[in-house]
Write a protein that binds this ligand. Structure first.
Ligand SMILES: [Zn+2]
Length: 295
């Protein structure tokens, strides 16, 4: 049985799974992200290799943009010194194992396609609605990387020209309207109050509150879901996928909004496609990272 280390590198945590070919998690380790990241990562992986001498490869999913062919981080501002690191070649030299590197959202998409809700679909767009809005596209089993590792950045499709300023420096990006942070902003703007506490409603409770008929909560919900549906529709116009998978923190409350989203997407479809809820949560990154090694 092949054993692969699947590594998910986030801004605060690194999660490493020892994963079998079939996606079984044999061990699951979490450690804080430390700067400078590269020497620390190498040290951790050498230690893990000693513990699991039968490892056959290492897959890495990281924040930022990655040149998947060379395994070099092409863009990352938060993790100081990480941009420009030749992760693949350095780690291969250090460990003697095959190493593949890709973006974390792409890895999450790959996990859903190989092991999760999009199994059997050939053209899949995976959207992660967490603090921000991320995406990954997997066509015929291959991650679409783009020429700079920047494909799938659905959060930076412009939804409202000259709209809200985005972290990327442009205005009106969809992430400013479809994300956990956007939901928080809309709740503040509409002053949506949780009747039990008298405080602003928590984003994860907004949709439940709307379900009880609270007018302001309904306003926020409907605006959010229409923007979300519009993003999905635009992606289809470009990609003609057969399946859209939706995951991320905001989808934890999907029981309260899923059917309404489907209703809003339906009239915006150019061709039929399936919509699925992601099977994996936080483990998607490390699982998909490991799947980078499965050809
Ligand atoms: Zn942007």
């Amino acid at each position: 049985m092949k054993k692969i280390a699947g590594v998910d590198i986030g801004g605060t945590k690194i999660r490493i799974g020892i994963i079998s070919e079939s996606g079984e998690v044999l061990a699951d380790l979490t450690m804080p992200t430390k700067i400078p990241l590269y020497p620390y990562l190498e040290e951790q992986l050498l230690r893990i290799k000693k513990e699991f001498p039968d490892l056959t490869g290492i897959g890495i999913g990281t924040r930022g943009m990655v040149d998947a062919a060379t395994g070099i981080i092409t863009f990352e501002k938060e993790l100081e010194g990480w941009q420009g690191t030749a992760v693949k070649s350095q780690l291969e030299a250090a460990t003697g194992l095959r190493v593949e590197v890709n973006n974390d959202a792409n890895c999450a998409a790959l996990a859903e396609v190989q092991l999760g809700s999009a199994k059997g679909f050939r053209r899949v767009a995976c959207l992660t609605v967490g603090t921000g809005l991320g995406g990954g596209f997997v066509f015929d089993g291959q991650i679409m990387n783009g020429s700079n590792g920047g494909a799938g950045e659905v959060g930076h499709m412009i939804l409202y020209p000259n709209g809200l300023l985005c972290g990327c420096g442009r205005k009106g990006c969809s992430e400013q309207y479809v994300s956990g942070s956007a939901l928080r902003r809309l709740i503040q703007e509409e002053n949506v109050i949780e009747p039990e506490t008298g405080e602003l409603v928590m984003p994860q409770n907004l949709f439940r509150l709307a379900g009880t008929g609270a007018a302001k909560a309904i306003t926020v919900r409907d605006r959010f879901l229409l923007d979300f549906a519009t993003v999905i529709s635009s992606i289809q116009a470009v990609l003609d996928m057969d399946c859209v998978v939706i995951g991320g923190g905001v989808s934890d409350s999907a029981d309260d909004w899923w059917d309404l989203l489907l209703e809003k997407v339906e009239p915006l479809k150019l061709k039929p496609f399936e919509m699925k809820r992601a099977v994996f949560g936080n483990e998607a990154g490390m699982l998909g990272a490991a799947m980078l090694l499965i050809d």
